[in-house]
Design a protein around this ligand. Structure first.
Ligand SMILES: [Zn+2]
Length: 299
């Protein structure tokens, strides 16, 4: 039989040692979306004073609700339990999240991930990318046919959205499953200019690489923090009610307009198999499993 008191106790226990309703709970707090134990207790403690007197009776923690993980209704479920409007609490959380640091991810292709640990992750510089593209075309004999068309191909791909920007994501599952072309080909712009035949030369060097970045959330825009706040509150509610053993695979990007310094980059890995979204999701198997940084050539 459902026992509300013991379900509430189970929900509150991980937050027992944390200061309740304290905005500073997020100060220098490091969390990982896909490791809920790194943020659910903090959010429980932060939310607690905002609950109505009968809030937990309304929430019914531990009782399964038949809602998809990405259903907007999760926020409404929580909204009915809190003292003020859910939008108010979403804004309040967004305002304090900029004190915390979130583990984020970026996909690329490189033969030396060490360059990111030395130089950081740089925003898209079109002049630099164009020079790199020209050097790729010059150095690959199989692109001789393409060389005379290069300027026209560059002019045709007039996407300027990425210039001066870079993207990291809050959760790598979606990136690896649906946007693996960033890891398979590297620059999306260079792959687009080379086209379906030419881009195959990009597979000849480097390895698909997933970078892990500890992103201080103060660099995110207020709008992005509000979206993140909404995701956290919805997922918190889903976890409180359904007690799932899996995390929500959110598609969540941070668009940054400044370079990421080297000391925010904390790890890297080389996924061996990916589905290529540019080739009807065909399975791509990486030819090499490492780079100069993690598998240096023997002297
Ligand atoms: Zn490596």
């Amino acid at each position: 039989m459902y026992d509300l008191d013991s379900s509430v106790e189970l929900l509150l226990q991980p937050a027992a040692a944390l200061s309740k309703g304290d905005d500073n709970i997020w100060r220098r707090h490091h969390f990982v979306w896909k490791q809920p134990e790194t943020w659910v207790p903090q959010l429980t403690a932060w939310l607690l004073p905002h609950f109505r007197r009968d809030g937990f009776r309304r929430l019914k923690p531990g009782r399964f609700r038949d809602l998809c993980w990405d259903d907007f209704e999760w926020r409404d479920v929580l909204g009915r339990c809190l003292l003020a409007d859910i939008d108010y609490h979403t804004d309040q959380l967004a305002d304090v999240l900029d004190r915390a640091t979130l583990r984020t991810y970026h996909g690329c292709r490189t033969d030396d991930a060490g360059s990111y640990f030395r130089e950081g992750l740089l925003v898209h510089d079109r002049a630099h990318m164009t020079a790199r593209l020209r050097s790729i075309v010059e150095q690959n004999q199989e692109l001789n046919w393409f060389a005379p068309r290069l300027d026209a191909a560059i002019a045709e791909i007039d996407n300027t959205l990425d210039i001066g920007r870079l993207y990291v994501v809050a959760e790598d599952t979606f990136l690896l499953k649906h946007a693996a072309h960033y890891l398979i080909y590297g620059s999306e712009w260079i792959a687009a200019v080379l086209g379906s035949t030419g881009r195959k030369v990009l597979l000849k060097s480097g390895a698909p690489t997933l970078l892990e970045i500890d992103l201080p959330l103060r660099v995110a825009t207020p709008g992005t923090l509000r979206e993140l706040s909404a995701k956290l509150l919805a997922e918190w509610t889903r976890r409180a009610c359904n007690q799932p053993d899996w995390h929500a695979p959110i598609d969540f990007s941070f668009c940054l307009r400044t370079d990421i310094p080297p000391d925010w980059i904390v790890d890297h890995s080389h996924p061996a198999e990916l589905n290529d979204p540019l080739e009807q999701r065909r399975l791509y198997k990486a030819a090499v499993a490492g780079c100069a940084y993690c598998s240096p050539a023997p002297e």
